[in-house]
Design a protein around this ligand. Structure first.
Ligand code: ZN
Length: 412
């Protein structure tokens, strides 16, 4: 089992025991704090007590694809190329969905681990993550499937037949708590049946989009996840948990979504020629109505960037406006896949394109979303104590995409 491998300039030397990394989608640290303080996550509490719990910095845009891509490559978007769900292709002027591995500019550490002889399993809640990040694993003898389409898993394409009977339950509904819990159950089943010894389990943030940490549904959800976490802790695996991003309510005091329609504002002020891309846009519109705390602004006349940036910075709720060069440098983004300006909003504010572009009717209970600075810091919990070198690393500026490094190299 203990095979040393390298991926994207980083060396991983996992110990001779299973490695399980979970990405609890949308899990701001307050979800763990509230659930633990109310006694609903005893296994997570034990994991933190016996091992390590702290905060790590995710990637901004604090979106799912961006952060999952960074976690499985171990490097930021400047290197892996994944800057959002959508980007504007500078050559064609068309909005392109980054829905296949061809948009990624480097391989994953999962395929490197499989090449080194580990039995890799990558299980996601969302099918889109499987298709974007799961390439090359099945060819190397590993297993890749999503709970969303677990019933379609076949040995030739997913590395596994009869997944539902191995897990012991049929496919869950994607818009549910179960879609996430099922991923953990699947991982625990594969581990118990020795079908995998190097696992990445990535959940969905449907529940976090709908419920605040202290709501009953949220507490139930965390208790159900915790039961599965207990199954892993009962084995000899090293387990690490982190998140892709946090989650915040984005509503006005009257409960309506607190949206700034950036393209509408810019068109009113400067006329045509300012195009807004919402890189959070994805097929799971029930989650967020394509409204997040970061948008890209593309200008027909890039020379106007300074003037437009100053105007946007005057708007209440806009917290940062970065030029393309600054965003590429400070957010570690690929310069050719972001706007002339990258605009970020405050904790309770989201940025949109125009009122017509977003369907707010899908948001029944108000809006909770992510994408900006206020969802950037996420938890890191590790089942075993850290080596002194990694304690120091954790006290510096650890990243969520260091999670495999911590799990493979960092424990005593
Ligand atoms: Zn997410």
């Amino acid at each position: 089992m203990s095979a040393v491998f390298e991926a994207n300039g980083r060396r991983y030397a996992p110990p001779d025991r299973p490695i399980v990394v979970i990405c609890i989608d949308g899990c701001g640290d307050e979800y763990l704090s509230v659930s633990i303080s109310r006694g609903r996550m005893p296994h997570m509490e034990r994991m933190a007590r016996n091992g390590y719990r702290g905060l790590v910095r995710g990637v901004v845009p604090s979106f799912t694809n961006v952060n999952n891509a960074s976690i499985v490559t171990g490097v930021p978007p400047a290197i892996n190329g994944v800057s959002g769900n959508f980007f504007l292709n500078p050559e064609t002027g068309e909005e392109v969905m980054m829905n296949s591995p061809e948009y990624r500019r480097c391989g994953t550490l999962l395929t490197a681990a499989a090449d080194a002889g580990r039995k890799v399993a990558f299980i996601t809640a969302k099918e889109k993550l499987r298709t974007v990040l799961g390439d090359g694993i099945v060819e190397r003898g590993g297993i890749v499937f999503s709970s969303e389409k677990v019933d379609e898993a076949r040995y030739e394409t997913h590395g596994i037949d009869d997944a539902e009977s191995i897990i012991g339950r049929p496919r869950p509904e994607i818009y549910s708590a179960d879609a996430s819990v099922y991923v953990l159950e699947a991982g625990a089943a594969l581990l118990a049946q020795q079908k995998a010894d190097f696992l990445y389990l990535s959940l969905t943030d449907y529940m976090q989009h709908k419920f605040a940490p202290e709501e009953a549904e949220s507490l139930e959800f965390h208790a159900a996840m915790d039961e599965q976490i207990g199954r892993f802790l009962d084995t000899d695996c090293i387990m690490a948990a982190t998140a892709d991003h946090g989650m915040n309510a984005k509503n006005r005091d009257d409960g309506t979504p607190n949206v700034i329609y950036v393209e509408s504002l810019l068109t009113a002020k400067f006329g045509e020629g300012c195009r807004v891309i919402c890189p959070v846009t994805d097929p799971y519109v029930v989650h967020h109505g394509s409204l997040g705390a970061l948008v890209m602004v593309h200008l027909d006349k890039p020379a106007m960037a300074g003037e437009v940036a100053n105007f946007l910075l005057e708007q209440d709720g806009v917290t940062e406006v970065l030029t393309r060069d600054h965003a590429a440098a400070k957010l570690e983004l690929p310069a050719d896949r972001i706007g002339d300006l990258v605009v970020l909003s405050g904790r309770s504010v989201v940025l949109g394109k125009t009122p017509e572009y977003h369907n707010l009717k899908v948001l029944h209970q108000g809006l909770r979303s992510h994408g900006g600075r206020y969802e950037e810091m996420v938890p890191l919990v590790i089942s075993h104590p850290l080596k002194s070198e990694y304690i120091r690393k954790a006290q510096g500026d650890p990243r969520n995409f260091d999670v495999f490094d911590f799990a493979c190299n960092g424990t005593c």
